[in-house]
Design a protein around this ligand. Structure first.
Ligand code: ADP
Length: 299
C-alpha cells in the first residue's frame, strides 16, 4: 500500500479542517480527491507530504510514518502544491537543475532533467524563463520538478486549475501517462477531471470523507439501477449471483452489498432473500452519477 491515512484530524486554531479522515491508496492507483473549496483537500495533501503536521492520527507513505521520517518521505513523494510556486526569474532547465541538486541527484542529474523535459513536453520551452511561459507550461514545469527524483508517489494539488481547455486535456493526458508507473493522488473540484483521469474517487466535505468509490463501477452504473442492501448475515458472492437481473456486485462492507442492473431489481432481491431464508436489514436505491453523488454529499 502506498498511502495510509488513519483517523487524521487537523485543527487550525479553532477551525477543524480535517475531521477523523481514514483512507488507503494502493500502489499504481490514480485517485481523485474531490471536494468543494475549503473541504480540506490541500490540508490533507500537505500532511501526506510532510509539509505540515496533523493534530492527531497516523499517515504512512510506503510504510513510513510521515511525522517520523519527513526527509525520506520527501524522497519518496513528488508534490505539486496548489499555487505551483516556481522561481519565475529562472530558466526552465536551470530551475530543474536547481531542484535536482536539492535532491542530490549527482551523476544522474543531467539525464533526469532531459527525461523530465521529454516526459512533460517542455522541449521547445526548456531554454525560456519560467516567467515567460503560459500557465499550461508552468504546470508542466511543476510536474517535472515533482517527478525529477523519481518518487513512487505523486501528489498533485489542483494541477489543472486555470488552464484553458487544450492545456487541460494535455495535462490530464500527462497525468494518465505518469499514472501507469506511479501512485497518483490529485485534488480537484472538477468532476469531469476525476472521470477522465482517475480509477477511484474520494470525496471530502467539511473535513470529512463522505465517499470512496470506484470510477469503473460508477461508469458502468451510470445508466443503470443501483441498489444497496444490508443482510443480517454474510452472503457468499456465488449465492448473490443467483439474484435475477444482477450485472455487477460490489462488497461495501460487513454484510453490505451493492448491485448494479439494467432494471429495478428490488423485488428480485427481496424474493431471493425470502427463498434463501435471509434477513434484509436495509435496502435502498442509490444514484451512481458522480455529479449527483457530489451534490448529494457536499451540500
Ligand atoms: P481545500 O483545499 O479543499 O480548498 P483547505 O485544506 O485549503 O481546503 O482548507 C480547509 C479549511 O481549513 C478551510 O476552512 C480553510 O480556511 C482552513 N485553513 C486552511 N489553511 C489554514 C491555515 N493555515 N490557518 C487557518 N485555517 C486554515
Amino acid at each position: 500500500m502506498s498511502v495510509k491515512v488513519q483517523e487524521v484530524s487537523k485543527i487550525y486554531g479553532k477551525q477543524k479542517a480535517l475531521d477523523n479522515l481514514s483512507f488507503e491508496i494502493n500502489q499504481g492507483e490514480i485517485v481523485g480527491f474531490l471536494g468543494p473549496n475549503g473541504a480540506g483537500k490541500s490540508t490533507m495533501m500537505k500532511i501526506i507530504t510532510g509539509y505540515i503536521p496533523q493534530t492527531s492520527g497516523l499517515v504512512e507513505v510506503n510504510g513510513l510514518d510521515v511525522s517520523m521520517d519527513s526527509l525520506e518521505i520527501k524522497r519518496q513523494i513528488g508534490y505539486l502544491p496548489e499555487h505551483n510556486p516556481l522561481y519565475l526569474e529562472m530558466y526552465v532547465k536551470e530551475y530543474l537543475g536547481h531542484v535536482a541538486s536539492i535532491y542530490k541527484l549527482g551523476k544522474s542529474k543531467a539525464r533526469r532533467i532531459a527525461e523530465m523535459i521529454d516526459l512533460t513536453g517542455l522541449g521547445t520551452e526548456q531554454n525560456k524563463k519560467i516567467a515567460s511561459l503560459s500557465k499550461g507550461y508552468r504546470q508542466r514545469v511543476g510536474i517535472a520538478q515533482a517527478l525529477i527524483h523519481d518518487p513512487k508517489v505523486l501528489i498533485l494539488d489542483e494541477p489543472t486549475t486555470g488552464l484553458d481547455p487544450n492545456q487541460l486535456l494535455e495535462i490530464r493526458k500527462l497525468i494518465i501517462d505518469i499514472g501507469r508507473e506511479k501512485t497518483v493522488m490529485l485534488s480537484t473540484h472538477i468532476m469531469q477531471e476525476v472521470e477522465a483521469c482517475c480509477q477511484r474517487v474520494l470525496i471530502v466535505n467539511k473535513g470529512k470523507l463522505v465517499a470512496d468509490r470506484n470510477i469503473d463501477f460508477l461508469a458502468s452504473a451510470k445508466s443503470s439501477h443501483v441498489v444497496e442492501v444490508e443482510f443480517a448475515s454474510e452472503v457468499s458472492s456465488d449465492l448473490l449471483q443467483e439474484i435475477s437481473g444482477v450485472n455487477e456486485i460490489e462488497v461495501l462492507g460487513e454484510n453490505r452489498y451493492c448491485f448494479v442492473s439494467l432494471r429495478d431489481i428490488r423485488k428480485d432481491v427481496f424474493q431471493f432473500a425470502v427463498s434463501k431464508s435471509l434477513v434484509i436489514l436495509e435496502m435502498k436505491t442509490r444514484s451512481e452519477n458522480l455529479e449527483d453523488i457530489f451534490h448529494e454529499l457536499t451540500l
